[in-house]
Design a protein around this ligand. Structure first.
Ligand code: G6P
Length: 613
């Protein structure tokens, strides 16, 4: 949800910033802009992708050693040149980039208009930079103090960077609720600021994650951090654990395809050191201090959004089946606003790839305020959710850049399966035989995913047949029902075809009315306890002339006779099947989208990291 990047050092700032913006483009891509300071403070901004901004800069003098850039996902005001960041203050001597939402911007704006301020854009962010200028004038203070005083009056979420023509050697940054990482290079002679670490890694692995309510003042050789009460804070410098090649496409046409194909490795990485099949051993180092809360939980509440919510639904089946603890899965956005009941002995698990989703963070804060112990399942190390939870386990899937989540889902389901196994064993709710069987199957999942990926060409051909469909239905039962939801979500996100995921048996209460000869119906019909029931559901679809694409277990001889197309995936324990059944659905969505000419990695209107509610 908007990406911000800034540079201060001896090198040319503009190319560093543009490269950083490209890395952050997954966070929003409806406009982009830069501010560069070299004698004067110049702002260039343009509607569209970072490429449009680059085209604009071709004939400009962009020489500067300090600057900042922004790639936007619109909240206040439509995507256009004027609403793009950076924004200037009234006197055009201060510029600001912002990721987040200033909730009380309307009141502040009115106050400033009454004082004679004129606004160019419709954004909340422009109000903030005008407000900073106003506070500075009123208080005759320096810029950092003006930023601090302004922020004490701001309601909402932000990560901001501020530059001033009057302080040409400094950057001011602050955060509350939106991420901001500061990279320190060349012994503090060079600084890079960004919404995540991806624009930073090729310059340094020394970083400081700015905390909420902190303000940083950065000059060459100097990084000062203070809190909102103007108390100096000691920067906590951490070592980044991220490889440059993990954020590049490495020969794949799209990040999404690369990430789908990475799944054998990413799932293996999620289990590394946690599952030792030869010793029949499962452990999660990050969940020890509060493990008893999990083991004795009377109920587990899972909060998440989007694909992470689907992983939560899969986990509901797995945890209930194995650990016999009731699980409820909630959309974080609903949970946070409905005064939920959290009793003693109930715990919350928050799932988030980015670790920055605003609704999930707010749900965590709410649950915390009600005294709950919260476990986090996050992919991004050091992210806000990882830090806001009491304990947790990272998914270690590596950076996910394609907006449509793929490897994060399988990694989340893997970690949640490990968690379920661990709890079940300790609670004694599964037999040793079943435990060992699941450990063996889980250990084999990366190889089974690798086999499933061999279906790529077949699925590409299938995509060519159905690429012009206007609707798709996805059906599944048991823990393949959330996979049906996920398959439908993938398709609509990137191909813009309307798709619905439904429990196969529930189809007859509604979606069956949609079925005709033009309706592709993807049915997950793997060999499990609901197999016979799903076979009946397939017959119901076929009786109405729907086109059935069935995902079946290798060796199935019955379903191929009934349906239009079969996709055979390897067998595994039925509890773990979502880890395999989702793979062909990811590939189907991908190929349909490519064949329709859609921008797979940056679908319209979406953003990877939704840091606004
Ligand atoms: C956005 C992304 C989805 C993601 C969801 C939740 O909508 O486009 O891919 O599933 O946010 O994000 P999180 O980072 O919390 O898992």
């Amino acid at each position: 949800m908007c990406g911000i990047v800034a540079y201060l050092g001896d090198a040319e700032a503009c190319p560093v910033i543009i490269k950083g913006l490209r890395r952050l483009e997954y966070r929003g891509y409806d406009s982009a802009g830069v501010a560069l300071l070299n004698g004067s403070l110049n702002v260039y901004k343009k509607k569209g992708k970072v490429q449009e901004l680059e085209n604009l800069l071709v004939d400009k003098n962009v020489h500067a050693n300090i600057g900042m850039g922004h790639t936007r996902w619109a909240t206040h005001g439509e995507p256009n040149d004027v609403n793009a960041h950076p924004h200037f203050s009234e006197n055009q001597r201060i510029a600001l980039i912002h990721n987040g939402i200033i909730e009380n911007y309307a009141a502040l704006k009115q106050e400033l208009i009454n004082k004679g301020h004129k606004f160019q854009s419709e954004t909340d962010s422009e109000v903030l930079v005008h407000f900073i200028e106003h506070i500075q004038k009123d208080n005759q203070c320096d810029l950092a103090e003006a930023v601090r005083l302004a922020l004490t009056q701001v309601v909402g979420a932000y990560a901001i960077v501020v530059m001033s023509q009057d302080k040409p050697d400094q950057l001011i940054a602050a955060r509350k609720g939106s991420p901001l990482v500061i990279g320190i290079a060349k012994n503090g002679q060079e600084y890079l600021l960004a919404s995540d670490a991806t624009p930073i890694i090729e310059y340094t692995n020394q970083v400081v994650y700015l905390n909420d309510h902190e303000i940083a003042t950065i000059r060459k050789g100097e990084l000062k951090i203070q809190n909102m009460e103007a108390m100096p804070m000691t920067p906590y410098i951490q070592q980044l654990d991220l490889e440059l090649e993990s954020i590049e496409k490495n020969g794949y046409e799209h990040f999404m395809l690369k990430e789908i194909f990475e799944q054998p490795n990413s799932v293996r990485d999620s289990m590394r050191g946690r599952l030792v099949a030869s010793q029949n051993h499962v452990m999660l180092g990050g969940i020890q201090k509060y493990l008893d809360h999990l083991l004795n939980a009377k109920r587990i509440i899972i909060v998440a959004c989007g694909t992470s919510w689907h992983a939560g639904l899969v986990a509901e089946y797995i945890i209930e089946e194995l650990a016999r603890i009731p699980v409820e899965v909630e959309y974080a956005s609903e949970f946070r606003y409905r005064n939920p009941i959290i009793n003693k002995n109930e715990v919350v698990i928050a799932i988030s790839q980015s670790g920055e989703t605003a609704d999930t963070l707010a749900a965590i804060e709410l649950a915390k305020s009600k005294g709950a112990i919260i476990f986090g399942i996050c992919n991004v190390v050091g992210s806000s959710i990882a830090r806001a939870t009491h304990e947790g386990a990272y998914t270690h899937a590596g950076p996910e850049i394609g907006v449509a989540s793929t490897k994060a889902f399988t990694a989340q389901v893997t970690v949640l399966s490990l968690m379920a196994l661990l709890i079940a064993k300790k609670r004694g709710t599964i037999t040793m035989e079943m435990y060992s069987d699941l450990v063996t199957h889980l250990d084999q999942i990366p190889n089974r995913i690798a086999e499933s990926l061999k279906l790529n060409n077949k699925i590409k051909k299938l995509a060519a047949i159905y690429k012009d469909a206007t609707n798709f239905l996805y059906l599944g039962r048991g823990n393949n029902f959330p996979v049906a939801l996920e398959g439908a979500l993938k398709l609509k996100e990137i191909s813009y075809i309307h798709a619905e995921g439904y429990p196969a048996a529930e189809m007859k209460h509604g979606p069956i009315a949609l079925i005709d000869k033009d309706m592709p119906v993807v049915v997950i019909a793997t060999r499990d306890s609901s197999y016979d029931k799903v076979v009946s559901n397939i017959q119901e679809v076929k009786a109405r002339k729907g086109q059935v694409i069935a995902i079946v277990t290798k060796g199935d001889t019955l379903i191929p006779k009934m349906v239009d197309h079969v996709i055979e995936i390897p067998a595994t324990h039925e509890i773990l099947m979502p880890l395999l059944s989702v793979v062909p659905l990811q590939l189907l969505a991908y190929h349909v989208a490519v064949l329709r000419g859609c921008n797979v990695d940056q679908p319209r209107n979406l953003a990877k990291s939704v840091t606004v509610e």
